[in-house]
Design a protein around this ligand. Sequence first.
Ligand code: G16
Length: 544
Amino acid sequence: MTILTIKTVPFADQKPGTSGLRKRVSVYSQPNYVENFVQSIFDSLEGFDGKTLVIGGDGRYYNDVAIQKAIRIAAANGFGKVLVGQNGLLSTPAASHVIRHHKAFGGLVLSASHNPGGPEGDFGIKYNIGNGGPAPERITDAVFARTKQIDSYKTNDAPDVALDQIGLHRSGGMVVEVIDPVADYAALMQTLFDFPAIRALFASGFTMTFDAMHAVTGPYAHAILEGLLGAPKGTVINGTPSPDFGNGHPDPNLVYCKDMYDLLMTPEGPDFGAASDGDGDRNLIIGKNRFVTPSDSLALLAANAHLAPGYKAGIAGIARSMPTSAAADRVAEKLGIEMHETPTGWKFFGNLLDAGRVTICGEESAGTGSNHVREKDGLWAVLLWLNILAVRKQGVDEIVREHWAIYGRNYYTRHDYEEVDAAVAGKLVDELRAQLPSLPGKTFGDDLQIAYADDFTYHDPVDGSTSAKQGIRIGFTDGSRIVLRLSGTGTVGATLRLYLERYEAAGGRHDLETQLALEPLIALADELAGIKQRTGRLEPSVIT
Ligand code: G16
């Protein structure tokens, strides 16, 4: 086996976004594209000689090719060992756990999350550090800087590793251990949740549908829900991962899980419906006749976490991304614990979790998780919901209504305008930003008075770092908010995200249809930002 140093030239577009580098497969499959990015990651790290690297992906198209490349580059750069999931599979939260559990130096997560897969779809690579979480900005910035300079990468001429064979292999001088992708993760879940109580819930006739969306959570859900927890066979649907996700869009929201949602709204439907995305970190929760928004789910899970054994001593604090509704803030206030508002991107929760300042984190983008790993975790959220349902012996709808009766309701929606011309979107944001200083004090309609208008800057209380321009916030005196930002995960043009929120206190009307309840804010957002006129779009592409 020989270590080879191959000459290369930089690509100009390897800037990591909200969560790693996501591009079309056609971009990733250019000669040296993967090699340049992986080598740039390793060039930005220090002290990994002889250490362990975890590699796993969501099984999407190109995973198998990219993993073999990454293994060779890791071997040639001096890693001592690679831990890789069988067939290259590891859900993102499982990869985070494997990094932590095996005290690895870090990991490569190969996924474009909820984006479609297949030859025409997307691919992605993300580096996670030794705490199991996505690399912080100082590392992703260094990686980007390196991608602009790189002139060679190291690899070897070893044959492909047989990723279907669990056990020890080699790539040159490096050990490659192929592991069961589910075992460590399933063991962790059993330390957090009351499995006997959830088993008893299923044994009592409680019914559930879990849609794995042909993605990575299939094997995990089969093993945990239908295996360890005794849910009837057939509880998990679309449970076999496929490289193009069954030609679907593995995004667990009301658009792509509409069939399940419709079923849950009928008397014949199951008691509980849930789904996860391409790489298993997002979740969708639907009760009978009740969709739970991710923002509400975060608040409810935080308020009820003590019912699960792993959190019975209480939670230290809660963190949410800035565009996520303030529902969780009210829970933190009642519990007398810390509450943090961070920029979009799970990487911003890492410091707070490591410092023990927060236990539960969540985002409006269907992500919730805790200090058990350093990623959001779809199945974890589903299991915590099941644990709560088993202990409270109530349905989802009843639990949600009781929560609103105590804390009030934050009506919340997100409108996405996808594949907008990037220049148009950039101008829209710039011009809205320029208006911000003039907005406070202005009143719109009968009672929408602007209390503040700014572009969110985050000051990390743990390491003192600052992240500016994280999204435009327009806040009103009644607690309503309009937030607008450009997505950092899209791969074509720009995706404009508009987030709208209105608070209705305890005792108020909690039964309005969400879009109706938010209508005045939706209209005002368009008036201020000129979305329809500038983009030429009359409707958002997706409403969640
Ligand atoms: C990623 C990040 C999340 C973020 C989401 C949406 O999730 O990990 O923190 O909320 O993207 O980001 P954006 O609004 O910039 O598109 P995932 O599930 O795609 O990895």
